[in-house]
Design a binder for this molecule. Structure first.
Ligand SMILES: NC(=O)c1ccc[n+]([C@@H]2O[C@H](COP(=O)([O-])OP(=O)(O)OC[C@H]3O[C@@H](n4cnc5c(N)ncnc54)[C@H](O)[C@@H]3O)[C@@H](O)[C@H]2O)c1
Length: 342
């Protein structure tokens, strides 16, 4: 059955892929994005142009902080499901420009909550992050772990968004799923993230910077797997009827139709193994510059995929080799346009 989706952040990496998948599945999508200049805006225009091929796609260019514009867009879209992905992303940049995070992730997300309340949407979904686990010493990270010690302001804003959303879910009975994404990568990916930077630099004969002397590890999630998980979760509207018996994994609130779910495969990879995978995909060695951990870096991320599996029967499955190869194939095609397009 065709449904109406309102997605924020559709000119961004994850929002683009999710919107495209839903459009391919025959749904209607309104995409709301402020086209911020955090990274190469050309990539956002290229993603928008690809989505514009679908007649069922309606783009809206405005900022989340502009409540009137947001409200107008949601009223026109009459969505069944709202998926809020737009944010000031990036861990390190939050040391430089915390205000961008405050505006987009707190005020912007609060506007989304207010409008979800008024529109009576059947399911609100929000993007949070593995960064909120901070330096959690126990692995894998379960959603039920205490996650109250964020190491970056980015993580603090995302944790705050989760808390604000819980109160709205309780007060206004808005069924809400907050997903915690773990290092998402793949074609059309973000230029500020390691895979993009490594491939670009290596192809241009430049060295790559490896933080934490390569000892950090990340649970990498391939974009198509993440989209599959989000699509499946969109049908699992939080409520007592789908409460999972295990208290160790279930996060469904006892006060509200609100649940937090990790989206990650539970297979962390050290940064040195990651670099080797990129070297193999490009068929050339990298010139490595080893640097210490940066302020706010977390030593590892490692998702427990148990709750996602219990709710949807699905666990991310794409190998790093396959995912990196897909990125490289896309990048080799796209790089000329990225460097020249308006
Ligand atoms: N990519 C990852 O590995 C990852 C990991 C954890 C969490 N997340 C979260 O997933 C979501 C999507 O991330 P992404 O990787 O696609 O990032 P992205 O930067 O590619 O996409 C975010 C989009 O939001 C838009 N945006 C930013 N601030 C806005 C505002 N105030 N008003 C309107 N639009 C605004 C930007 O223009 C951009 O197109 C974000 O909430 C991010 O925090 C991503």
């Amino acid at each position: 059955m065709s449904m109406r989706y309102f997605i924020t952040g559709t000119a961004g990496f994850i929002g683009f892929h999710l919107a495209r998948r839903l459009l391919q599945d025959g749904h209607e999508v309104t995409g709301f994005d402020g086209m911020t200049h955090y990274y190469n805006i050309k990539l956002k225009h290229m993603r928008n142009a690809a989505l514009a091929q679908f007649p069922a796609f309606t783009p809206v260019t405005a900022m989340l902080e502009d409540r009137a514009a947001l409200e107008q867009a949601v009223t026109a879209a009459r969505p069944d499901v709202m998926i809020h992905l737009a944010a000031q992303a990036g861990v390190r940049y939050s040391n430089e420009n915390p205000e961008a995070y405050l505006n987009s992730n707190l005020i912007g997300s609060w506007n989304i909550l207010e409008i979800a309340r008024k529109s009576g949407v059947a399911h609100l979904m929000l993007a949070s992050t593995s960064s909120i686990y901070g330096a959690n010493p126990t692995v894998p990270f379960h959603e039920t772990d205490r996650a109250d010690e964020p190491l970056t302001f980015y993580a603090a804003t995302k944790k705050s968004m989760e808390l604000m959303a819980h109160s709205y879910a309780h007060l206004h009975k808005i069924p809400t799923t907050a997903f915690r994404f773990f290092t998402v990568y793949g074609p059309w990916g973000r230029p500020d993230m390691a895979l993009f930077k490594f491939v670009k630099n290596m192809l241009e004969g430049q060295p790559i910077e490896i933080y934490g002397e390569g000892k950090m590890s990340r649970d990498f999630t391939y974009i198509d797997d993440l989209v599959e998980a989000v699509v499946r979760l969109s049908a699992v509207v939080p409520g007592e009827s789908n409460r999972i018996a295990s208290e160790k994994v279930e996060t469904l609130s006892h006060q509200a139709p609100f649940r937090i779910v990790n989206i990650g495969g539970g297979q962390p990879i050290s940064l040195l193994d990651f670099v080797e995978t990129v070297e193999k995909a490009l068929g050339q060695p990298a010139r490595r510059v080893m640097l210490p951990m940066q302020q706010g870096d977390v030593p590892r991320t490692y998702a427990s995929p148990d709750l996602l599996r219990a709710l949807t029967g699905y666990t991310p499955e794409t190998s790093l080799e396959q995912g990196v190869a897909a990125f490289v194939e896309w990048y080799l095609e796209a790089r000329r346009e990225l460097d020249t397009a308006a």
